[in-house]
Ligand binder design. Structure first.
Ligand SMILES: Nc1nc2c(ncn2[C@@H]2O[C@H](COP(=O)(O)OP(=O)(O)OP(=O)(O)O)[C@@H](O)[C@H]2O)c(=O)[nH]1
Ligand SMILES: [Mg+2]
Length: 755
């Protein structure tokens, strides 16, 4: 169905532009099917089927409505949105102008099909095939079937509403006229099912009690629990951050909302204070709380924000109302103004849908995965949609899909880049850049250079796809690393190993590194090896085949020196022109084949002479080597002798030195002693002289001989006492000399004694 685009005053392009949005048609993801019409069913009851080619929904004969199903074509459109999404959904009683008002958001009057009969028109959940594209997020519009739609039982209503709440970030509850407490009681059934489902989400054992028929009993029990256990209340209100914002849109309202004292108040104040607030103020009456109180309180607790908007009746004329899409400019001007104000407010309220993890957002891909999972959960009467589990699964699935897509892009880009670098497979690539050589030194990139370039591109792509999931924002870097690692494992599996490689000079060298044992890259490595082998074999043949021919049937002027020159030049050319990892392997293999040529060498002129020259050269070299060895041996022996002599001289010098030191010391001590002895003796002589003088003076002229003898004797005794004193002094001086010289000192004492 082609939608009726509005223009001029009724169109909303300027308004959207002012808020940074524009209407944009969705494109299916690459390979997805295009869809017909301005809206497409996202979720349908099982008794209806979407016909892709006509864009119509058809009844499935004989099928009874029991479950819900996702429509793959709509999921395909959602998957095309990589930007975070802000799903804006509308729900409420049937035949209340839901599809019409949502169409106006897209600048159309009937983007979502309107009903003109008493029967409900919209079944399931529909999605606009155009979106409001903003800078940071994309608003996706979701239209839902009316609550109490004929043919849907209460639990089916609930399933649709559960899905709508779970999928949206802004929910409009649309109803005709001003609501009263009684309206909330009507909503009780539907809302309580949803709320119970969420509240018990962590505690499955209670789920057995949760039967649709018994929902009222459960709800009362639960409500009692909320007010008694304050802690749980806080926990439940935490759901509000994952619930959408809530807007109650009242249609056909021209009266000004007022408070109990008839003072004019805003529609939101009216909703919060007059409709949703408790009638009685007694906090302890929870158990008997009226159904309307419970719903009111639940709405205020569970939704992120609650506000109210009103619209006047579009027209009083039946013919206009019956064909509203055709009469936009003929509608009540206040209604059209109200629509504009509503659109502006909705744009202001819109925000990217939050994921279950802090700081995360949901994009189109994630939303399509979540839709599938939630449908599965609501179809199972024993299952409950569990927010955190669904989110975890969504992340896993999204990562899986993003990795899969990254691998596809890797393959495409590798194929293109390798084809370009190899001139469509004609010239093989070097596998890696040689050690010590920069990739920029090479004219052509190596295979690993190409791999790294493509890897960088797909890693960025992957991170962009999953980055907005913001899985526990504090740990984002680590989480991203896990995803990148998972992708890299798909691309390259490697093993640590010591690799033998042939350097340019043909020698084998070893290097610590990794070898690729699996992943997408391995395919390119194998392919390149194969190409290198063929290329090098052909090159070898082209270079050596002519030489072989000449050796087998040598031309007359062909001599051995010429042959050697040709071989050297062919090898040089091979080393310059051969490409890829098989370069040296092929050379080795092919050289073996060349060896059988040597038997033909003798046919070549100059070979014998060359052989003799070579032999002589070798003999000369041998002799020279022997002579050199002998010389070296002699020199060695000489060196040994010299070393021995030198050692002995050193020892001798050392001994002499020590003896001289001892001798010097003794002489020094003796001369000291002698000096002392001389001075003592001089003193002794002096005393003796003095005594003799004294004696001479005291002796009478002719003393009797006996007296002389006695006197002489006394004089002799005194003399000997002085002598002993000299010896004692000498000894004392001797002992005072250092111990090392004690023998010298005792010798002196003996000498002294003798003296
Ligand atoms: N009273 C009233 N009727 C309206 C309003 N807007 C549209 N309608 C009319 O309501 C009828 C149903 O409009 P829809 O937009 O299809 O309503 P709906 O809520 O999507 O209906 P279902 O999909 O069947 O639940 C049409 O005839 C419209 O002309 C409104 O603001 N007030
Ligand atoms: Mg509708």
């Amino acid at each position: 169905m082609a939608s009726l685009a509005l223009s001029g005053e009724e169109g909303n392009a300027d308004l959207l532009y002012k808020h940074g949005f524009k209407v944009e048609a969705l494109k299916p993801k690459a390979g997805g099917k295009a869809v017909q019409g301005s809206s497409v069913p996202l979720i349908l009851p099982n008794d209806l089927k979407y016909n892709v080619s006509t864009g119509a929904v058809e009844k499935v004969p004989g099928e009874r409505r029991e479950t819900l199903q996702v429509v793959p074509e709509a999921l395909g459109l959602l998957e095309g949105i990589e930007q975070p999404v802000s799903p804006l959904a509308i729900c409420g009683p049937c035949r209340s102008g839901k599809s019409y008002i949502l169409s106006r958001l897209l600048g159309s009057a009937d983007a979502f099909e309107l009903g003109h009969r008493m029967d409900p028109k919209t079944f399931g959940i529909w999605m606009g095939t155009s979106v409001l594209r903003g800078k940071d997020f994309t608003i996706v519009l979701l239209d839902t079937e009316g609550i109490d739609a004929a043919g849907a039982r209460a639990n089916q209503d609930a399933s649709i509403l559960v899905m709508t709440i779970l999928l949206s970030s802004l929910l409009i509850y649309n109803s005709l006229n001003v609501p009263y407490k009684g309206d909330l009681e009507k909503m009780h059934g539907t809302f309580s099912i949803i709320l119970i489902a969420y509240m018990f989400h962590e505690n499955n054992e209670h789920f057995d009690h949760f039967l649709i028929e018994n929902f009222t009993r459960c709800f009362i029990k639960l409500a009692k629990g909320i007010s008694v256990k304050k802690g749980q209340k806080t926990k439940m209100s935490a759901f509000s951050q994952f619930f959408p914002d809530f807007m109650w849109l009242l249609r056909d309202v021209s009266l000004k909302p007022t408070d109990k004292n008839d003072k004019e108040i805003s529609p939101t104040e009216y909703l919060k204070t007059r409709v949703l607030a408790r009638e009685d103020e007694d906090e302890d009456e929870d158990f008997d709380e009226s159904a309307s109180n419970k719903v009111g309180r639940a709405i205020l607790t569970f939704f992120s924000s609650v506000e109210c908007a009103i619209l006047e009746r579009p027209s009083e004329k039946a013919d206009i109302m019956n064909n509203i899409a055709e009469h936009t400019s003929g509608l009540n001007p206040n209604f059209n103004k109200g629509v504009e104000a509503l659109i502006e407010r909705l744009l202001q309220l819109s925000h990217a849908k939050r994921g279950y993890d802090k700081g995360s957002t949901v994009n189109g891909v994630a939303l399509s995965i979540m839709a599938e999972q939630y449908v599965e959960a609501v179809n199972d009467p024993k299952a409950i949609p569990v927010l955190d589990n669904t989110w975890k699964n969504t992340i896993e699935l999204m990562r899986g899909r993003a990795i899969k897509e990254a691998v596809v892009v890797y393959k495409q880009q590798m194929r293109a880049a390798v084809a370009k670098a190899t001139n469509n497979g004609k010239v093989p690539l070097e596998e890696t850049t040689e050690i010590g050589m920069n990739s920029t030194d090479l004219v052509d990139p190596s295979l690993m250079d190409i791999h790294h370039q493509v890897l960088e591109v797909v890693t960025d792509m992957l991170l962009e796809k999953v980055g907005h999931l913001g899985i526990s924002s504090g740990n984002l870097g680590n989480e991203n690393k896990i995803v990148v690692d998972q992708m890299q494992k798909r691309l390259v599996q490697r093993e640590e190993s010591t690799v033998d490689y042939k350097a340019d000079d043909g020698t084998t060298r070893k290097q610590e590194g990794f070898i690729v044992i699996g992943g997408e890259l391995l395919y390119y490595i194998k392919q390149n090896k194969e190409s290198s082998r063929t290329f090098c074999q052909e090159l070898f043949k082209s270079l050596f085949q002519p030489i072989r021919k000449r050796v087998e049937t040598p031309p007359p002027d062909y001599d051995f020196d010429l042959l050697m020159g040709e071989l050297a030049s062919a090898r040089q050319q091979y080393s310059e022109q051969a490409r890829g990892p098989e370069k040296w392997v092929v050379l080795q293999e092919m050289t073996k084949n060349l060896e059988d040529l040597t038997k033909d060498f003798k046919k070549i002129k100059g070979y014998q002479k060359k052989l003799m020259e070579e032999r002589e050269k070798a003999h000369k070299a041998e002799l020279e080597t022997m002579e050199k060895a002998q010389e070296v041996h002699q020199l060695y022996n000489q060196a040994q002798d010299m070393q021995k002599t030198h050692q002995e001289t050193l020892e001798k010098m050392d001994q002499q030195h020590r003896e001289q030191m001892e001798k010097d010391f003794q002489e020094k001590q003796l001369s000291k002693m002698q000096e002392m002895m001389t001075s003592m003796q001089e003193k002794h002589e002096e005393e003796k002289r003095k005594m003799m003088d004294l004696m001479e003076k005291q002796t009478p002229k002719a003393p009797p001989p006996s007296l002389v003898r006695r006197t002489v004797q006394r004089g002799a005794d005194a003399l000997s006492a002085v002598g002993e004193g000299v010896v004692d002094v000498a000894y004392t001086v001797g002992s005072g000399v250092a111990g090392a010289a004690s023998t010298v000192v005792s010798g002196a004492k003996e000498n002294c004694t003798v003296m």
